[in-house]
Design a protein around this ligand. Structure first.
Ligand code: FES
Ligand code: FE2
Length: 445
């Protein structure tokens, strides 16, 4: 448990708060670039600040304060211009640096003395990142999945009605899979009468997950250069099938989780961006890599989607992994009261996560750079460790790894690129069979 003061310190993100100041030392993803396609002007709320993201008619991006300086009209209704965004009321024009470049119908003199709030933005891998901290801004880190070549990609975006730390703590919690993605999943499917159809097969992922609840000896958490890794130690003596150390996904400080390594058939960043104290922009950056010798289907851009949360009867949809996570995050309350928790041995990685967060906040308070602030571009960063040997993986079980159920049991199934993923899968099957010397027809799509 935490004291109320410590809970505030780790969760509040507005300007001037300890965690808010830490967050302002990182490039923050605020939207998928393709979210600007239907409308190039978009209201966003980040770290408790209301802003407007826009693309001007020259293709440049800007992120400025939400209201016009003249008579405070919301700039989300603005008109993109070659040089910036114009207010819809009297046409004041703001550049990406926030400078008022023009006030039509007013004196031509002195426009530049007016300046609205503005933050630098950059695009990487189809996401728009904002710098909301002090200058000079550090390098925008090129975490591997953002720049991994020869892959199909898509971006799932949801707003979750709770504090960001609840979402991130879920990553420090390897045992939740047993219940939230195992027993709960089974219960949901049984209630819907879909269990026989969807999960009766022993190969279904939920059976594997429930199995990991037996024979737990202990949990571990270890620092890595970019965050920490954690997992479960199983003991045959305690009922596990074998003595085994099972590593869980990697935490990349401050708000990333990486499942799977770059180059694997499916890998993902789960990014928990604080909108404000009680809301989180949850971004799943999903990457489906082709192995050497197979060309992934091309994409003009990285499409985005919003996995649905309710069905046509307005009932919660709970038969996919992200929805199960979102349920339990929200069900802890807007900002969960950690002074009332009763923690156990399985919460050890959560304690590690909180301690690491507290230490990094303290570094910022001392005027130092926290973890993962790069003053020089280090090139592509493997936050989850070196990628596996794709060729070796391909030879062993690449094809099989595509059949793990993400296209039916995870948010991916709603994604606009899922047909390309299936096409990639088909190309891999063809290459694999050809490599094995089989003279076969191409598998049906
Ligand atoms: S209110 Fe924006 S230009 Fe007048
Ligand atoms: Fe989960």
């Amino acid at each position: 448990m935490l004291s109320t003061a410590a809970n505030e310190r780790l969760t509040r993100v507005g300007p001037g708060t300890p965690c808010g100041e830490l967050m302002r030392r990182y490039w923050i993803p605020v939207a998928a670039l393709t979210q600007l396609d239907p409308n190039p002007v978009r209201k966003v709320r980040v770290l408790g600040e209301d802003l407007v993201l826009y693309r001007n008619t020259s293709g440049g991006l800007g992120l400025i304060g939400e209201r016009c300086l003249h008579r405070l009209v919301e700039m989300k209704h603005g008109i993109p211009d070659e040089r910036g965004l114009r207010c819809p009321y009297h046409g004041w024009l703001y550049g990406a640096d926030g400078a008022c470049l023009e006030r039509p119908m007013e004196s031509a003199k002195g426009e530049f003395k007016f300046r609205t709030k503005a933050y630098p933005v950059k695009e990487l891998g189809g996401l728009v990142f904002a710098w909301m901290g002090p200058q000079p801004a550090p390098a925008l880190p090129r975490w591997d999945l953002f720049v991994w070549p020869n892959a199909v990609k898509q971006i799932a975006v949801n707003i979750i009605d709770c504090n960001w730390l609840q979402c991130q703590e879920n990553t420090g919690d390897p045992t939740h899979s047993v219940w939230a993605h195992g027993h709960l999943f089974k219960y949901v499917l049984q209630r819907q009468g879909k269990y026989e159809d969807r999960a009766a097969s022993v190969d279904h992922t939920l059976h594997g997950r429930t199995k990991w609840g037996t024979g737990i000896k202990e949990l571990y958490a270890n620092a890595t250069p970019y965050g920490f890794e954690k997992g479960i130690v199983f003991s045959k003596e305690l009922g596990a099938e074998e003595d085994l150390v099972r590593r869980h996904s990697t935490v990349i400080f401050p708000f990333y989780t990486q499942t799977g390594k770059a180059g694997m058939p499916r890998s993902e960043f789960q990014i928990r961006v604080p909108i404000d104290d009680a809301h989180t922009l949850h971004i799943c950056y999903q990457v489906y890599a082709a192995p050497p010798g197979v060309e992934a289907p091309g994409q003009d851009n990285v499409p985005w989607y919003e996995p649905p949360t309710h069905d046509e009867n307005n009932e919660l949809i709970l038969d996919y992994v992200l929805a199960q996570d979102a349920l339990v995050w929200k069900a802890q309350g807007a900002i969960t009261d950690r002074s009332k928790e009763i923690l156990g041995r399985t919460d050890l990685p959560i304690l590690f996560l909180r301690r690491q967060l507290d230490e990094q906040i303290a570094l910022v308070e001392q005027g130092k750079d926290p973890m993962n602030v790069f003053r020089r571009d280090p090139g592509m960063i493997h936050g989850s460790g070196a990628p596996p040997d794709q060729q070796a993986m391909f030879s062993q079980n690449y094809r099989k790894m595509y059949h793990k159920g993400f296209a039916t049991d995870d948010a991916d199934r709603y994604g606009p690129a899922i047909d390309l993923v299936k096409d990639l899968h088909r190309r891999i099957e063809i290459a694999d069979l050809a490599r094995a010397g089989a003279n076969v027809e191409a598998p049906a799509k």
